[in-house]
Design a protein around this ligand. Structure first.
Ligand code: ATP
Ligand code: MG
Length: 476
């Protein structure tokens, strides 16, 4: 609920705004006493790093981003590269995408580019399309935090809408980390730095701009971004940026599930899943994103689930490094596998048959998770496919293996089985059997799937069932 009537909340909010402005002032004063070797523009406290003092060359910038910058400049607007691309270029890395900041309003940007669409409600932006590449052009945000039609602040401090436009100098303070608030100026190829981002960049420090408590409250997703960037860049979290995360993780509960789903994909599917997972757990953030999984990891007295998850993440990271495609459903299946197994096991103890137990458990586990991270339907469907096939792998007699092989998600399900086997959660012999079966000729397949000789009722390759024990579980 957006409330302007709640006096207490408003008082807190305006106190926060006062602190924010005060902090901004302090920051500016420090910046103005910058070393003499760095140019200071007369009307502000920005440090300007001329082309000779940084390593960003136009050759590293996407042609389309350059086109956007040049065309805005030609139309007499200010135009800068900003955010992750500047940060990554300074590290000599290839940026994931290029973001542009300008003083042109989204409508004015649209007038300059025919291939442009205005998007977003919370933050209105222009997207300029060049085939598959999109250059995001954001208008400078204003610095004043106040309730209006264009800017809506929740009583808990969250910024729900922010469409008040301003100048570059104001825009700077709305960004998250100092290293994300560096602006590459297309007019003279300099880098503009108001917040000490260049220094932090050189020291490999990730520091939130402003008062971290306020900034996390304004947008709790910044806690996840802090972890993601620290891992990806190999930067250290500044103590002031790090400390509040331990106590404010719960704030993430107020974030819409669709946004958290997007963040989860960025956290786990961009090549640094293993370390990200460890850090999220360390700060208590994983428990908010995947509470059921976290509970299993906390309470189980053996290491299977952790090993399995680490292997799954490691696998994704390796695939990412090799430039292979990554499907979110595979990793999500792994992330929720343990809660699914536990719940299915409980249902089976209460007399439910295996198929129904797994279906019921999947419904329950997924419906709880969707409330936190809105997994799209096609993803949950694929997760169910992978999960439900796991038990079918043990049926190696008759026509069933042939049918399983025909399933669209067979490959993913088999990879999943392999991961389980590697970490002690499934029978390695079964994996061998299926590896062989996939490449066997017709004769061999017939022999492999022949019913067992009389007297033996045990199907081939019956997997060893591992039962997850919980510390709290009673002896069964
Ligand atoms: P990458 O694209 O490599 O993941 P990025 O820093 O470019 O990293 P984006 O999400 O593309 O991240 O955002 C672009 C820029 O917008 C950021 O660098 C930052 O300056 C600003 N920004 C993005 N999200 C936030 C936020 N939640 N709060 C404040 N500023 C933000
Ligand atoms: Mg970006």
């Amino acid at each position: 609920m957006v409330s302007a009537s709640n006096n207490q909340a408003l008082k807190i909010k305006y106190r926060d705004i006062a602190i924010f402005k005060f902090f901004k002032k302090i920051f500016s004063v420090n910046e103005s006493s910058a070393s003499a070797s760095i140019a200071t523009s007369p009307e502000s406290q920005a440090r300007i790093y001329p082309r000779a003092e940084h390593c960003i060359s136009r050759a590293q910038i996407s042609e389309n981003a350059l086109k956007v910058l040049q065309r805005l400049k030609k139309a007499d607007y200010e135009a800068y590269l900003v955010g992750g691309c500047v940060r990554d270029l300074l590290l000599g890395r290839e940026p994931k995408d290029f973001d542009v900041a300008t003083n042109a309003s989204p409508e004015q940007v649209k007038q300059v580019f025919r291939n442009c669409r205005i998007i977003g409600r919370r933050f209105r932006l222009a997207h300029v399309f060049f085939g598959r590449e999109i250059i995001e052009v954001a208008t400078f945000r204003g610095s004043e935090l106040e309730e209006s039609d264009q800017q809506v602040i929740h009583e808990d401090g969250r910024l729900l809408r922010d469409n008040v436009f301003g100048t570059l100098e104001e825009d700077v303070w709305r960004r998250d980390f100092t290293v994300n608030a560096l602006y590459y100026n297309i007019r003279d190829f300099s880098v503009v730095d108001y917040t000490g981002g260049m220094q932090d960049h050189a020291n490999a420090v990730l520091r939130l701009i402003g008062d971290p408590n306020i900034r996390y409250r304004e947008d709790p997703v910044r806690m996840l971004r802090a972890i993601r960037f620290a891992v990806k860049l190999g930067f250290t979290l500044h103590p002031d940026t790090e400390q509040p995360i331990y106590t404010q993780a719960e704030l993430l509960k107020s974030i819409p599930a669709a946004r958290l789903y997007d963040e989860v994909l960025k956290l786990f599917l961009t090549g640094y899943g293993v370390q990200t997972f460890e850090m999220l757990r360390h700060y208590g953030l994983f428990a908010i994103l995947f509470p059921a999984t976290d509970k299993c990891l906390e309470t189980e007295d053996h290491d299977f689930p952790r090993l399995f998850l680490s292997r799954a993440l490691e696998n994704s990271d390796l695939r990412f490094a090799d430039g292979k495609s990554l499907t979110p459903y595979f990793l999500l299946s792994a992330l929720l596998w343990e809660p699914l197994q536990l719940m299915a096991a409980k249902l089976m103890i209460n007399g439910e048959n295996e198929t129904i137990a797994y279906q019921t458990a999947a419904n329950e586990v997924l419906s709880r998770q969707i409330k936190i991270t809105a997994l799209p339907r096609h993803i949950t469907q694929s997760m169910r496919d992978v999960w439900f096939m796991q038990n079918k792998f043990s049926r190696t007699v008759g026509s069933r293996p042939y049918r399983l092989l025909e399933q669209p998600k067979f490959r993913a399900a088999f990879d999943f089985l392999q991961l389980r086997a590697e970490t002690g959660g499934a029978d390695a012999e079964l994996v061998e059997w299926w590896t062989h079966f996939q490449v066997a000729d017709e004769d061999q397949r017939r022999q492999m799937t022949a019913p067992p000789k009389s007297g033996s009722t045990k199907p081939k390759g019956k997997p060893r069932r591992y039962r997850a024990k919980t510390k709290s579980s009673k002896p069964q």
